[in-house]
Design a protein around this ligand. Sequence first.
Ligand code: HMG
Ligand code: MG
Length: 298
Amino acid sequence: KKSEFFKVVEVGPRDGLQNEKVFVPTEVKVELIDRLSDCNFKVVESTSFVSPKWIPQMRDQVEVINGIKKKSSVSYPVLVPNLAGLKNALATGSVEEIAVFGAASDSFSKKNVNANVEESLQKLCDVTSAALKEGIRVRGYVSCVVGCPYEGNIKPDIVAKVTEKLLEVGCYEVSLGDTIGVGTPGSVGKMLETVLKSAPAEKLAVHFHDTYGQALANVLVSIEKGIRVADSSLSGLGGCPYAKGATGNLATEDLLYMLDGLGFDTGVDLKEVIKTANWFNEKMGRTVKSRVGAAYKL
Ligand code: HMG
Ligand code: MG
């Protein structure tokens, strides 16, 4: 029997690096993305076309996107917050997919994009429509789906409403982000039940940060609800600069190990991911963060 496919979206080069205090040299970013392409991910989120004043680490987005060796089997989405970002992304001539990002919390949204949820949704819809007209695929994000660093618990109804809107305007998939990693299988399960009333599981992805060590359990509960796409970051890199205390994403190595154990086919080469994480950590003078990376005999 052929095993079921599960899509792992590697967000390390974007979510993983955006909060790094030390500037990661452009050539390291490019080599990182190329190595991840060779690991056989279907999607490697590569950079952001956001304001360099807000996220200085992503200021080399044009060089990065033009420097990588693109494989036809891999999609390289870039984050785009507004029409200015879309224009810059299109000007490179090599962006085929973008990701727009909204939130389920006004306070977080204001800190992250200087607009409340409603205003930000309007911008996202404008960007999405404009991108679709250019033949660009658009992925949507909703942040703070269970908790907000400023507002605490988030009502699932708001998450469902924002998700519905992003799908309605034409996002092919919406990734539900526990930006600060406070969710548990309890709160994530409840949130998903509400969202799934108006959005099909086939159009949803999950994006867990691992602050409280719940990310893998949260993926498992998402799988039980029918979701077959999850975002992760090699060696658990990352964090959002507008979500204080939030740690990195779920580590890709740990996710791949669990998915393999559950009998899913991801197409991704775990050994190559571990080697890539080791290479990056050595390069940047940091230690291995994933449990699997630390335990695995290469
Ligand atoms: P603003 O200050 O309100 O923007 O920021 P503005 O339109 O008033 O423009 C101000 C200045 O920024 C102008 O330059 C613009 O040209 C420039 P100035 O005249 O001062 O020299 N500008 C730009 N430059 C380059 N690219 C652009 C761009 N837009 C304006 N696209 C803005 C609004 C949205 C731009 C800003 O708040 C921003 O860039 N925010 C991005 C924040 C971000 O990247 N956060 C992290 C990603 S979200 C995340 O991590 C969550 C996620 O992982 C899911 C999860 O975990 O939940 C996705
Ligand atoms: Mg994130």
